[in-house]
Structures are given as structure tokens and as C-alpha cells.
Design a protein around this ligand. Structure first.
Ligand SMILES: C[S@@+](CC[C@H](N)C(=O)[O-])C[C@H]1O[C@@H](n2cnc3c(N)ncnc32)[C@H](O)[C@@H]1O
Length: 211
């Protein structure tokens, strides 16, 4: 039931999703995230959770041997499929990131962008990442946050969000690097990189290794 509500929420605007995203958080931050992903080392076989329309799938695929781009929303996956257009390295499939069909300890890297701050159980999501990753595997998380944003920018971003999406999803968190870092440590990851990206709008960027 809850999955249906989440799926419905995110599936409403497949054709205008990218424009809305850019309007709410700004192109500057989206570009900075992509630049950061371009600096990642080789990530082997990777699973992306919550790929949406595939904005970051396109950016990260060159760092992988092969990848699965997954999401709960059929309509967003359809847009991702068009964008990725039969890329030989990418398999697009529907998955609930809280309990996926991937076998345990089978995957080199997991990546998620702007997902963990909107799920009901962030710890459960991190446990699922831990389960499917091989020992020594890499977890890359980037996720919007309003921590460290000045009040006026927070208000403006909130208004842009409501104008574009209406009411925010039921479970929206705002993590600092420390919040997310301690959840990841608790789930069994060693933190390698942790920083805040962005100027007016912000995202936490954090990389951990399964130990
Ligand atoms: C804010 S959007 C981010 C999409 C994309 N990563 C991006 O940055 O443009 C959140 C995405 O997470 C997906 N999502 C939410 N809950 C999910 C779940 N339990 N399993 C898989 N995907 C989920 C939504 O369908 C949506 O595509």
C-alpha cells in the first residue's frame, strides 16, 4: 500500500520531471553534482537506486563496467529508458530499493541520488545497500539538504517545490553530512568522502566502503 502511494507520488509528471527538478534546486547544483560524479574512480558493476528519469544514470555509466538503473516508478523508468536508449552497459528494471531482488554480496557499487531523504526508512535502505554489496564495495550517496541553507533561500526553495510538486512527500528528511555519516557507519560502512555541495541550494555528497 505504502509503495503504491510513493510510486503514485513520483509518477505524476514524467514529461516535466527534469524541468521541475532544475527549477526547484537550480541548474548550478545539478551541474556540480555531475562534475563530482565525473571525478569518481572505476566502480565495477553498479546498482543505482531511485534513478528516476536517469539524469545521473547518464552521468555515472562511464564509471561502470555495467549497471542496473532501478526505480519504483514505471512512468519515470519509461523516460529513463528513452534517455538511455539501449545503452549496452545499462539494464533498467523496476525495484523497491528497500527490498530488492539482487543477491547478497554480489555488487561492486551502489549509487543513489536524491533518494535517501525521501524514503520512510533510511536505515532500512542502507541495510539493503550493505546486503547486496561485496565486502570492500562502494556506496555513493548524493542527496539534497536544506541544512546550511540561509533561511531566505530555504523559503524560496520551499515555494518553488510547492509550486512544482504540491505537498512534499510524507517522509522528507534533511540530512547533514554528520547525520548521514553516522547512519552509514552504523550500517557497517567506513566513510571515505563527506562534503556539502552547492551554493544557494545544497546537497550532501558522501562515499562509504563496506567493511
Ligand atoms: C527525488 S526523486 C530522485 C530521482 C533521481 N535520482 C534524480 O535525482 O533525478 C526520488 C526517486 O526515488 C524513487 N523512489 C522513491 N521511493 C522508492 C523506493 N522505495 N524504491 C525505489 N525507488 C523509489 C522515486 O520514484 C523517484 O524516482
Amino acid at each position: 500500500m505504502r509503495n503504491n502511494i510513493t510510486e503514485k507520488y513520483w509518477s505524476r509528471f514524467p514529461d516535466t520531471y527534469d524541468k521541475k527538478m532544475e527549477y526547484v534546486v537550480g541548474k548550478e547544483l545539478l551541474d556540480e553534482i555531475i562534475q563530482e560524479l565525473n571525478r569518481l574512480p572505476e566502480l565495477g558493476e553498479l546498482v543505482e537506486f531511485g534513478c528516476g528519469t536517469g539524469i545521473y544514470t547518464e552521468a555515472i555509466v562511464s564509471k561502470t563496467e555495467s549497471m542496473f538503473a532501478t526505480d519504483l516508478s514505471d512512468s519515470l523508468l519509461a523516460v529513463a529508458r528513452k534517455r538511455i536508449d539501449d545503452h549496452p552497459k545499462v539494464t533498467i528494471q523496476k525495484e523497491n530499493c528497500m527490498a530488492t531482488s539482487f543477491p547478497s554480496e554480489a555488487i561492486d557499487s551502489v549509487f543513489m541520488a536524491n533518494l535517501i531523504h525521501v524514503v520512510e526508512g533510511p536505515s532500512t535502505l542502507l541495510e539493503e545497500c550493505y546486503r547486496i554489496l561485496r565486502k570492500g564495495g562502494t556506496l555513493v550517496i548524493v542527496t539534497f539538504t536544506d541544512k546550511d541553507m540561509i533561511l531566505w533561500e530555504k523559503i524560496k526553495m520551499g515555494l518553488r517545490f510547492v509550486k512544482s510538486w504540491g505537498k512534499p512527500p510524507a517522509h522528507t528528511h534533511s540530512f547533514s553530512p554528520d547525520d548521514l555519516g553516522s547512519m552509514m557507519t552504523h550500517a557497517g560502512f567506513t566513510i571515505e568522502t563527506s562534503k556539502v555541495l552547492g551554493n544557494k541550494t545544497k546537497a550532501v555528497y558522501i562515499i562509504g566502503q563496506k567493511t
